[in-house]
Design a protein around this ligand. Structure first.
Ligand code: G6P
Ligand code: ZN
Length: 582
């Protein structure tokens, strides 16, 4: 057994190591500064407390983006230096964010051990490569992201850090499955490299009826494709869709994980998943080839998803509503009923209506998956989703891109039980339109203004808050822009009191609520790595089934005009158009 020594290395704080909505995300160049990553990791260990770190079993892996391999070696050495007992690494350092959550909750190590937490190395849907982003976040023993109490503490520690602990271990080979053991001053330290997919695949098989999905995928009238955008989802897609479910290999697009995501932006939306969008016959494609019946994409770390039908886009807000409405019938894991459902505040109110009709507990939380975790741990919520292309359930404590695809395939398989083998299929579009006919439709769009001057963004938000003091004035402005828009009846800044731990989260977005159920929401993104991103969420409810088939941008045009005018968007930001519309 190789022996190692531990040394204390002196360091000085870096500014700006405050974890955002989902960990610390910065340019690779920033992370590569000597001691930058080390400071953050030691600050995390200190926040967890030395007592809990000593003897711990930590998962360390991520989406495989550039700098991950170096980071894994650094973190392993620091883990050994801090008295961690074991580090678990997915083969080649690859584990999707949902798979990390599953591994923490489900995996048993070769020596019978269980994980106590994880460092996830990802900047999610942000591009990767030497000039792009890297990121790191810590997940707790329940498999979910560290709560604000811990991340605040990490940040405080980064401001005062003076030294970190590290071991003089040799680099460990993370390409081969197996255990490497070392001996240190605190005893043995093991690195266990394991297959990135098997625990996750096992979990998925315990949730869904793979046999019925397999029948759907092998039916001659059903066609399927999946785009991993060169993110870590590729490491799971082949195993699940091809090997387990029998999809054709040619249905996988960009499923080889790459350090720079092939130069693309690994964000599954209509702007960035261009190849999939064209293949599904959306946008300006003139292809003669008949698009597949179903298409989906994932982001870099595979927790996000986009669901498409043939020439048809399913909004993430509709997706979670439809999954919730059909889960009990179509997905064995939910057959005993749903404990409750939840959405983030800017997500459309479609889920509220499903919850009301099905008599389910319902929660509205601030943006950020971590807020769902408490509800799930308390047994109050089974399915939840966000407008930001995140959908998931209480099987883990992260959103789950492949789970969402399997959920949709299950619903399609259920609705088409009688139609397989030939004949007319109930399509993705049929399912969505039928849902609207039953529950009404929430026309929905999001405008993103990326990389806006941070000062200007703050001013715009402050202006909107100030405006809220007089609804009469607001309505005068609104009426002056469009007379065909209903009245604002309530406006506030969203605040959330967690029903389980009583913690209060303030300033979670500015809302303007209209008499007819429409909403305008303004929020600053918590996940960018440069400047500020303003998000504008626009939503309008239509109950009349004869009016639910309109083009969404047409239907929302009056509210969009009101939102831009009310916020003086162009005046504050200098932008005449958003960077991305979803
Ligand atoms: C991450 C979180 C999501 C959240 C999203 C919001 O993906 O995991 O829970 O919805 O960030 O991002 P934003 O940029 O809008 O803060
Ligand atoms: Zn992600």
């Amino acid at each position: 057994m190789v022996l190692f020594n531990v040394s204390r290395v002196e360091t000085t704080p870096f500014d700006g190591q405050k974890p955002g909505t989902s960990g610390l995300r910065k340019k690779v160049k920033v992370f590569k500064q000597p001691n930058y990553l080390e400071n953050f990791v030691q600050s995390t260990f200190n926040a967890l407390t030395p007592q809990k770190v000593r003897g711990a079993t930590l998962v360390v892996s991520g989406d495989g983006r550039y700098f991950s391999k170096d980071a894994i070696q650094i973190i392993m050495k620091m883990a050994a230096g801090n008295g961690v007992r074991r580090v678990w690494v997915g083969q080649n350092g690859l584990l999707s964010t949902p798979a990390v959550s599953a591994v923490i909750r489900e995996r048993v190590g070769v020596d019978g051990s269980r994980a106590t937490g994880a460092f996830i190395l990802t900047a999610s849907h942000n591009p990767g490569g030497p000039n792009e982003d890297f990121g790191i976040k810590y997940n707790m023993e329940n498999g979910g992201p560290a709560p604000e109490g811990i991340t605040d503490e990490i940040y405080e520690n980064t401001k005062a850090i003076k030294e970190y602990l590290t071991a003089d271990l040799p680099d460990v080979d993370i390409t081969a499955i197996g255990v490497t053991s070392f001996g240190g001053p605190d005893g043995q330290f093991d690195v266990e490299v394991f297959d990135s997919a098997s625990d996750y695949v096992k979990l998925m098989k315990s949730i869904f009826d793979f046999e019925s999905i397999q029948k759907l995928l092998s039916s001659p009238n059903f066609t399927f494709c999946y785009d991993a955008l060169h993110g870590v989802a590729g490491a799971y897609a082949k195993r699940i869709f091809v090997e387990e479910l029998g999809a054709q290999e040619s249905s996988l697009m960009n499923c080889v994980p790459k350090e720079d995501f092939g130069g693309g932006h690994p964000d599954p939306n209509l702007t960035y998943a261009k190849e999939l969008v064209a293949r599904m016959g959306l946008g300006k494609s003139n292809s003669e080839v008949e698009p597949p019946e179903f298409g989906a994409a994932a982001d870099g770390d595979a927790d996000r998803n986009m669901i498409l039908g043939k020439r048809f886009f399913v909004t993430p807000s509709d997706s979670v509503s439809i999954i919730a409405a059909n889960a009990v019938e179509a997905i064995p894991y939910f057959s005993a009923g749903l404990k409750g459902v939840a959405r983030s505040m800017p997500t459309s109110s479609g889920l509220d209506i499903v919850a009301k009709n099905l008599n389910l507990k319902f929660f509205e939380v601030p943006t950020g998956w971590k807020f769902f975790g408490n509800l799930m741990d308390a047994g109050l919520c089974s399915i939840c989703g966000e407008e930001s292309f995140g959908t998931g359930s209480d099987h883990i404590r992260e959103k789950d891109g492949i789970w969402a695809v399997l959920a949709w395939l299950s619903i399609l398989a259920f609705k088409n039980k009688e139609n397989l083998g030939g004949g007319e299929l109930v399509t993705v579009e049929d399912i969505v339109r039928n849902h609207w006919a039953t529950y009404g439709r929430h026309y929905y769009t999001r405008y993103d203004y990326e990389n806006v001057d941070a000062g200007a963004a703050k001013e715009l938000m402050a202006y909107l808050v100030k405006l809220q003091s007089s609804l009469a004035e607001v309505n005068e402005i609104v009426g002056g822009i469009r007379s065909d828009v209903s009245k604002v009846v309530h406006a506030d800044e969203f605040e959330y009191k967690d029903p389980i731990d009583g913690s209060i989260s303030k300033h979670q977005g500015i809302r303007y609520l209209f008499e007819d159920g429409s909403r305008l929401v303004f929020r600053l993104s918590g996940t960018g790595s440069e400047g500020a991103t303003i998000r504008l969420y626009i939503e309008q409810y239509e109950k009349d089934p004869s009016k639910t088939g309109r083009d969404s941008q047409d239907a929302l045009a009056p509210l969009v005009a009101v939102a831009l005018g009310l916020s003086k968007m162009q005046e504050f930001t200098g932008r005449s158009a958003p960077t991305v519309i979803t």
